[in-house]
Ligand binder design. Sequence first.
Ligand code: GTP
Ligand code: MG
Length: 428
Amino acid sequence: MKLHETEAALVERALLVGLERPGHDRWAEQDSLAELRELAESAGVEVLDVVIQKRAVPCAPTFIGTGKAEELAERCRRLGANMVIFDDDLTPAQGRNLGEILGPNIKVIDRTELILDIFAQRARTREGKIQVELAQMQYMLPRLTGLWTHLSRQRGGVGCRGPGETQLEVDRRRVQEKITRLQRQLLEVRQNRRIERSGRQRLHWPVVSLVGYTNSGKSTLMNALTGAGVLAEDKLFATLDPTTRRLRLPNNQNVLLTDTVGFIRKLPHHLVESFNATLEEVVEADLLLHVVDVSHPQAHEHIKAVEHVLHDIGAGRKPTVLALNKIDRLTDEVILNRFHRDHPTAVPISARYGTNLDQLLEELVLRLRDWRVDVELHIPHDRARTISLVYQSGYVRSRRLENGAVILEAQIPKMLAGELAPFIVRTA
Ligand SMILES: Nc1nc2c(ncn2[C@@H]2O[C@H](COP(=O)(O)OP(=O)(O)OP(=O)(O)O)[C@@H](O)[C@H]2O)c(=O)[nH]1
Ligand SMILES: [Mg+2]
């Protein structure tokens, strides 16, 4: 029995809380809560109930109002919840006040904290871990005051400032120092990544970056196209760290395909900031492959949210191919037709069942055609490095030897044409 009790205490059992604001889009609010549930479940939290509070504006001190907060505390006790998750971000003061009303056994968190928590669970690489920790520290910094207020009360009331302030200053300085240290570490990791990337760039393969809402099927598509073996799961934010693989298009052109972190509405800005290095893959890509789950009722909103984040990180104007994924789940043609009307060049696919991937690849060929050029090269046979550069970066159609020169008919990246100009005798 005892053991059972301890286990129960370890499991996070939560109530979700959202506001319904008259005049606001009710469906959007409901959907946001549905998404919060998915987020909670992705974090391993058991959702017991959803509470919706109707209010025109959030109540400044407690977000939902003191009376409602007290009701909430009662409901938690009745249902055995040990956590309350708010769909909107709480100010430090709101978090503190709610914490007091709900008591020490019930943890109060908001959407941002939940997302940060999921990211912390998923981070695998050193870079990923540093990025998440940085975002968490930055989120915590303004909330440190709350911790102290709580302690000062325990020690005997408002007004005992001296030691309290000192302690708070110490805490703040420690967190600030930690932030600086993490930022420095991140810079180092970034430098390494730059070196890696410059190695990749020598071959001048165009970089195609998968982008899209979380759970839209980016990793599944990555696996279907390259056999990368990336983890793909029915979980939000299954992917955190970027993976890059070579993809050979039907015209034998090589590209680098990158799978990276998914986006979501209300993506915490601390995360966007600290994930800059990861998002750089997207910013520096030559073409974006935007994957949308068209079977999701909020697919249009997802597209908008993704475009919004892309704009924020400075990738709003990148050439983009839109892939309408999970068509195997669609029962109504009308839905697809509507997408086609809004996005005429979009390609309907099913990443899971490999449907229509040929057409998707053809679209990539089309969009990347300016990246390559067909040439005939005459290279002295002792210039092994030059010959090998053509083989590695491009596609060699034929090779023959003539008067001590290697004659290659090849497709090469246009960016290499300058470097290879002395050997090019014909351009198709
Ligand atoms: N029915 C169906 N399911 C799919 C398809 N593509 C992906 N899925 C499923 O959707 C879920 C999410 O797929 P992922 O590939 O992990 O999605 P993601 O975009 O990489 O998600 P994050 O990394 O979490 O942002 C998995 O359960 C996949 O099996 C598809 O074409 N049809
Ligand atoms: Mg993924």
